[in-house]
Design a protein around this ligand. Structure first.
Ligand SMILES: [Zn+2]
Length: 113
């Protein structure tokens, strides 16, 4: 029976069959010796859960951006055609900027795809 419950915190921990004398998990044992355990405090757990939630939201956002980039790549040929400065009289400067940006994004996407 290698898994037993800690007498202090109740968490399950693993011990060898011949380690019957181990009654505490490693963190409780450290704390019983006046040492600082690796166990996160409740504030740390709350912060870690908030960070985890925030990172999951950011990951979902990045997945959406990746999908958008895939769509942009799919339509990049037409967009480059449509934004050519010769096709937008009076707006050649911005058309050129968009064209440069589209070409750069298309090349960037080709490299990470
Ligand atoms: Zn414990």
């Amino acid at each position: 029976m290698p898994h037993v419950d800690c007498v202090d915190c109740g968490d399950e921990f693993w011990r060898e069959d011949d380690e019957w004398w181990k009654k505490r998990c490693y963190d409780c044992w450290l704390e019983s010796k006046g040492e600082i355990s690796r166990r996160p405090s409740k504030n740390e757990l709350t912060d870690l859960r908030a960070d985890n939630l925030d990172l999951r939201k950011q990951l979902e956002c990045l997945r959406q951006i990746k999908d958008d980039l895939a769509n942009l790549f799919q339509y990049s040929g037409f967009l480059i055609f449509a934004c050519h400065p010769d096709r937008v009289p009076g707006k050649e400067k911005v058309a050129h900027e968009v064209l440069v940006w589209l070409n750069a994004k298309r090349e960037q996407f080709r490299q990470v795809r």
